[in-house]
Write a protein that binds this ligand. Structure first.
Ligand code: NAP
Length: 493
C-alpha cells in the first residue's frame, strides 16, 4: 500500500536550474524506492557534470541581483516559503515517509521541524547587522559590514530529507547567497518538493537550483562545484569520510566549509539520576527515526547501582515498540533506509554477541508480513557491551541500544571522550556539582543534561573533532553564510 498525494505539483520529477524544471542533459534517470517494500515509485534525473555546471552558472549569475534585494524583501519571501511548507504538511509528511521510511507522525513532525528553521532564518535575515568600531586615531570612521559569501553548494543526507536541506538553504537565502544543491540518492523527492514551494513563494530564477544524482554520479556532480572558484562555500551533512574528502578537494579554492558529520554519542546514567526520566530520554533520543540520527545515543553507560533497574525498564519499553511501514498509523519504528544499513546493524550485533554481549530484547532482522526486500530490524537492547565492540567504535545508525556498566565518574568521562567524534552527548544526574563537571569535561558540540530531545531552530547545532565544524540554527547559523568586510574611511577631520 502506498500513500496518495493531493498536490501533484510537489512531485516535479525534474531538476530545477535557473527557474526551469529540466531533465538531466543526457536524460538519464534513477529510481526512488519505498524502503518498506523495496518497490520503485518514482524516477528522477541522474545528473552529471554538465547539469552541475549549468546549475552553478545560474546561481552565479543570480547572485549579482539577489545579494542586493533588501533583507526585508528576502525575509518576506522566505516567510512565504515557511507558510507554504506548513500548509503542505500532509503531502510533505507522506513524501518523507514514502522515500525515507519513518512513521507518518514523524514524517509530519519533520515538516514542522524543517519549517521552524525556515521561519527562524526569515526573521534573522533582517538582523544581519554590522558594527561601528571606535577609531583609534582622529579623522577616521571604521565599520565592519556583513556580506553574503556568494554561491553556496549544499550536499545533504537521506535521514532528514526536509530538515537538512531547509536549515542550509534558508540561512543561505536569508544572507543573500544563491544555492546549488544535491540531495541524497535515497531521498531526492522531498528536496525537489521544497524547491518547488520556494519557487511558489517567490524565490527568483537561478537563486535556488537543485540537481538530483544517483550514488554512482554524486561525486561527478559535487566535484564540479568543489573545483570551481565561483562556489564560495560548501555546506554538507553526511558521513565523516565524505566530509573530509570535501574539505581536501575544496582546499585549492579555499572555500568556507560547514561540515555536520557523523557522531558516536554517549548517554550516561548516574546512580543519582531520575531513572524513569532517563529511560524516557533514551527512548526519544535513541529510537527517533529508527535510530538513524546523527545525535542518536550510540553508547549507553549506566552506573552499577542502577544498571539492572535501568536495563529492565528500558527492555520493557523497547520490546513494546511497534515495527512496521509508515502507512500503518501504529508503526513506531519504520524500515531502515536500505540493504546496506540493515546489513551494518546485523554485523554490529553479531560482532557484539561474538565478543560477549547479551541480547536482552530484539537482536534479529524482521520482515513484517513475510515481505522480501523490507529493511526491518528489531529494536534491540544489548548488555555487557565493551569498548572494543564495533557498536561502540562506530555509529550503528539503527534501533540498537548497547549498554555498558560503569563504576566511577572519572572512568565514564574518559570512556565517553574516547572517540574521534564529538557531536552530541547526554547524561542524567541530579547532583548539581556533577552536572557542571560533566558539562565542562565532555568533548562534544551538544550536551543534553537530563534531556534527550536537544535539537531546536534557536540552538546552535554542530560538532567538534571528527564530527565537523560550523553550526546550523541559531544566530550562528546565519553567520556561516556571511563574511565580514571592514571599511575604513579617513580624511574626516
Ligand atoms: P554520506 O554517504 O556521506 O552522504 C551524504 C551526502 O553526500 C549524500 O548526498 C551523498 O550522495 C553525498 N556523497 C556521497 N559520496 C560523495 C562524494 N564522493 N562526493 C560528494 N558527495 C558525496 O552520508 P549518509 O550515509 O547519507 O548519511 C549518514 C551520515 O550523515 C551519518 O554519518 C550521520 O551521522 C551523518 N549525519 C550527520 C548530521 C549532522 O548534523 N552532524 C545529520 C544527519 C546525518 P548519495 O546519497 O548519492 O551517496
Amino acid at each position: 500500500m502506498h500513500f496518495t498525494f493531493q498536490n501533484s505539483e510537489l512531485l516535479p520529477g525534474l531538476n530545477c536550474i535557473d527557474g526551469r524544471w529540466v531533465a538531466a542533459h543526457d536524460e538519464r534517470l534513477f529510481p526512488v524506492s519505498d524502503p518498506a517494500t523495496g518497490e520503485v515509485f518514482a524516477q528522477v534525473p541522474d545528473s552529471g557534470a554538465a547539469d552541475a555546471r549549468a546549475a552553478l552558472q545560474a546561481a552565479h549569475a543570480a547572485f549579482k541581483t539577489w545579494r542586493k534585494v533588501p533583507a526585508k524583501q528576502r525575509a518576506q519571501i522566505i516567510k512565504r516559503w515557511n507558510d507554504l511548507i506548513v500548509a503542505q504538511i500532509e503531502d510533505l509528511g507522506r513524501l518523507i515517509s514514502s522515500e525515507q521510511g519513518k512513521p507518518l507522525a514523524e514524517g509530519k513532525g519533520e515538516v514542522l521541524y524543517a519549517a521552524s528553521y525556515v521561519e527562524w532564518f526569515a526573521e534573522e535575515a533582517t538582523r544581519a547587522d554590522g558594527q561601528i568600531i571606535p577609531a583609534p586615531v582622529p579623522g577616521r570612521r571604521m565599520f565592519a559590514l556583513r556580506e553574503p559569501v556568494g554561491v553556496i553548494a549544499a550536499v545533504t543526507p537521506w535521514n532528514f530529507p526536509a530538515a537538512m536541506i531547509a536549515r542550509k538553504i534558508a540561512p543561505a537565502l536569508a544572507a543573500g547567497c544563491t544555492v546549488v544543491c544535491k540531495p541524497a540518492e535515497d531521498t531526492p523527492l522531498t528536496s525537489l518538493a521544497l524547491v518547488k514551494l520556494a519557487e511558489q513563494a517567490g524565490v527568483p530564477p537561478g537563486v535556488l537550483n537543485i540537481v538530483t544524482a544517483s550514488r554512482e554520479r554524486a561525486g561527478e556532480v559535487v566535484d564540479v562545484w568543489l573545483d570551481d572558484a565561483r562556489v564560495r562555500k560548501i555546506t554538507f551533512t553526511g558521513s565523516t569520510p565524505v566530509g573530509k574528502h570535501l574539505a581536501r578537494r575544496s582546499a585549492d579554492t579555499l572555500k568556507k566549509l560547514s561540515l555536520e558529520l557523523g557522531g558516536n554519542a554517549p548517554f550516561i546514567v548516574f546512580d543519582d539520576a531520575d531513572i524513569d526520566a532517563a529511560v524516557d530520554g533514551l527512548m526519544s533520543a535513541k529510537f527517533r527515526n529508527g535510530g538513524q540520527t546523527c545525535v542518536c545515543p550510540n553508547r549507553i553507560y549506566v552506573q552499577d547501582a542502577v544498571h539492572d533497574e535501568f536495563v529492565q525498564k528500558l527492555a520493557a519499553r523497547v520490546g513494546a515498540l511497534v515495527v512496521g511501514p509508515a502507512t500503518d498509523p501504529a508503526s513506531q519504528i519504520g524500515p531502515m533506509i536500505n540493504a546496506r544499513a540493515v546489513d551494518k546493524i546485523e554485523r554490529h550485533v553479531q560482532d557484539a554477541v561474538k565478543r560477549g554481549a547479551r541480547v536482552v530484547v530484539g537482536g534479529k532482522r524482521l520482515s513484517p508480513e513475510g515481505k522480501a526486500g523490507a529493511y526491518y530490524y528489531a529494536p534491540t537492547v544489548l548488555t555487557h557491551v565493551d569498548a572494543a565492540m564495533q557498536c561502540s567504535c562506530e555509529e550503528t545508525f539503527g534501533p540498537i541500544a548497547p549498554v555498558t556498566r560503569f563504576s566511577s565518574e572519572a572512568d565514564v568521562i574518559a570512556a565517553a571522550n574516547a572517540t574521534p567524534f564529538g557531536l552530541a552527548a547526554y547524561f542524567y544526574s541530579r547532583d548539581v556539582r556533577r552536572i557542571w563537571r560533566l558539562a565542562d569535561e565532555l568533548e562534544s558540540g551538544i550536551v543534553g543534561i537530563n534531556e534527550g530531545a536537544v535539537a531546536a531552530e534557536a540552538a546552535p547545532f554542530g560538532g567538534v573533532k571528527d564530527s565537523g565544524y560550523g553550526r546550523e540554527g541559531s544566530t550562528h547559523g546565519l553567520q556561516e553564510y556571511m563574511h565580514i568586510k571592514y571599511l575604513c574611511q579617513g580624511q574626516l577631520d
